[in-house]
Design a protein around this ligand. Sequence first.
Ligand code: ZN
Length: 189
Amino acid sequence: MPLLTLCSWRETCSEDSIEHPAHTLTDPTSFRDSMNDTQAAHGGLDDTALSQLYQEVVLDHYRSPRNKGALAETTHRITMNNPLCGDVIDLLLKVQAGRIVDVGFQGKGCSISMASASMLTDRLKGRSVDEAMAMDATFTRMLHGDEAAAADAELGDLRALAGVSKFPVRVKCALLAWNCLEELVGPDA
Ligand code: ZN
């Protein structure tokens, strides 16, 4: 994914900064070159189209968050923040017999932090705690630039956040909900 298309993510944490994908097509020459090089690798999608698709997935979770709100019954709960950006996430779990039978979140923050929390709840509802920790490890590796992790279909929509690995400050936004999860049910919890 070219740096060009994600340049706005490193500037501020305001969500409106990634709402204008048209900004990314500033160099038509490099756009054509990248199409030729990468069409086969992405099933006909060039890198720019792919990153726009990923941005749409992120914005969809941000605008229509899954599992946002209180649970009927909560067994685990924690609130954490990311002072670098101002993100605050309150993660709620209902865990029974080692399984996350319900999960939700509340809070506010940038599009990356909120989308990551929404995706987390989407992927982890019904999973065992062990499966959740395995996904946490894969997602964390992806955000540290591991390409094998980024190709793992198990991550689902979370793969749309792979490009965040190029912006270390924003990695903390993407990991905030997962840090909550680790605090609640991780090996040191
Ligand atoms: Zn943030």
